[in-house]
Ligand binder design. Structure first.
Ligand code: ADP
Length: 423
């Protein structure tokens, strides 16, 4: 295990990384993320023993770093720095062979085993065909892969990889990280990898450490760390976080702050009844059309709930998989009844959300204009044995308008806005 406690690292006595506590265990991939200049490289350098810490302790498998002679340390910890090696006069395979030095004795030179390890490291990074090329004649991405091959050739128990993806195209990024994961599973290396791409960190890391202004402010699973409020605070950018449907890992979409329309308090207010993603298709277009939007009742963690929060709405929510309770029903009724319009998305109704139709009926009776979006016949989305259809008919009988498409819905709403809220 690599362990750092109260680690402070910096340059000329100026601390850049402060009070870092961390562990990297064999068999895990830990991603180090954080904005530019937050201190990731500086921390890596200290862990790789190329930069002496200002204070704090560093240990490797229970022994302090300084008890390890350099060659023994290099046999255990491989480091692929971000910068290109300065040894420009070398050829690719010579540079990768340098990773074997800690394993070689005296001046006996490379053994057949060293050759085989270099070969497989070059294969790993897909550079076998460039083995005789001078480093100076490589592209940025190729040089980076040489760096990685050199670290791999060390056959160390721990790998510290600083932005190994920086110059790689999408194919090579994914290939590199998935191969690394295979190594982790096969021989139990422990990997610390700094990554800019939060989605790659999410997909490939067991744990994520978030560094901000020289401090590790969050450590946890991708799900724990890659949360919209945490990311917005750190990167000053709103994000939408969804689940990768294939892997269940969080997927982060950065948004422009300006993308979220800022609406004045006197703008008309639409209450949207949606759920399961049906509301998502309405929130943004309605806001763009100048409506303030409220929504409910949604279950916590419903897709619509997450999107509503990202857009700065305050959805009325109920616990996951729970029926709509009195408190949330009353709150939603209040909002719907005082809205300039209630919009019912093209959502299926079952016993769990039937009360949302009851609240629409309530609003209708209170005189709130209701617009029903009907992209497919209501009978196809009634899972209540007819009770929802009955409510639907009552709502229609009270004068609710039906829109058969999104443009028609927006048209009806703009008419309503002119009539009810001529601001
Ligand atoms: P990151 O890897 O997160 O982008 P770095 O560790 O490279 O961050 O940099 C953190 C801070 O340390 C920056 O302010 C940077 O300017 C400073 N820094 C990096 N390397 C040196 C150096 N060799 N000497 C002095 N300051 C440095």
């Amino acid at each position: 295990m690599i362990r750092a406690e109260s680690l402070c690292v910096g340059y000329e006595k100026r601390a850049v990384v402060r009070d870092a506590d961390l562990q990297i265990a064999p068999g895990e991939v830990v991603a180090l993320i954080g904005p530019n200049g937050s201190g990731k490289t500086t921390l890596m350098r200290a862990l790789a023993r190329t930069l002496l810490p200002l204070s704090g302790t560093l240990s490797l498998d229970g022994r302090p770093y300084n008890e390890y002679p350099p060659t023994e340390f290099a046999r255990r910890v491989g480091y692929a720095p971000q910068e290109t090696p300065v040894e420009m006069g070398f050829r690719v395979e010579e540079l990768v062979m340098m990773g074997r030095y800690p394993h070689q004795r005296g001046f006996w030179g490379a053994t057949a085993q060293d050759d085989a390890v270099v070969e497989s490291a070059l294969e790993f990074v897909g550079l076998s065909h460039l083995r005789h090329r001078l480093i100076s004649q490589l592209s940025g991405g190729e040089r980076q892969r040489v760096n990685l091959a050199r670290a791999l050739a060390q056959q160390a128990q721990y790998l510290l990889l600083d932005e190994p993806n920086a110059h790689l195209d999408l194919h090579h990024q994914v290939q590199l990280l998935s191969r690394l994961r295979e190594q982790v599973a096969k021989i139990g290396v422990g990997v610390l990898v700094s990554l800019h791409d939060l989605n790659l960190a999410s997909e490939y890391a067991d744990r994520v450490m978030l560094m901000v202004n020289g401090q590790l402010v969050q450590t946890g699973t991708p799900n724990e760390v890659l949360q919209p409020d945490i990311l917005e605070e750190v990167y000053h950018t709103p994000t939408l976080v969804r689940q990768n449907p294939l892997t269940g890992k969080p997927l982060v979409f950065p948004l422009r702050a300006e993308i979220i329309p800022q609406l004045p308090a006197e703008a008309p207010f639409a209450f949207v009844v949606g759920g399961g993603g049906s509301g998502t298709e309405l929130f943004y277009p309605l806001m763009e059309a100048g409506w303030r939007v409220g929504t409910g009742v949604l279950n916590l963690m419903d897709t619509d709930e997450e999107v509503a929060r990202t857009l700065g709405l305050e959805p009325i929510i109920e616990q996951p998989f729970s029926p709509i309770g009195e408190a949330s029903f009353a709150k939603a009724c209040e909002q719907a009844c005082s809205a300039h319009a209630v919009v019912v998305a093209d959502v299926p109704f079952g016993n769990g959300n039937l009360r949302n139709l009851e609240l629409v009926l309530h609003a209708c009776r209170a005189g709130t204009p209701v617009v029903l979006l009907e992209l497919r016949p209501f009978s196809e989305r009634d899972y209540t044995g007819g009770r929802a259809t009955e409510l639907w008919h009552q709502i229609r009988a009270l004068g609710a308008q039906v829109a058969r498409s999104y443009p028609e819905l927006l048209e009806i709403l703009s008419r309503l806005a002119r009539q009810t809220c001529p601001y």
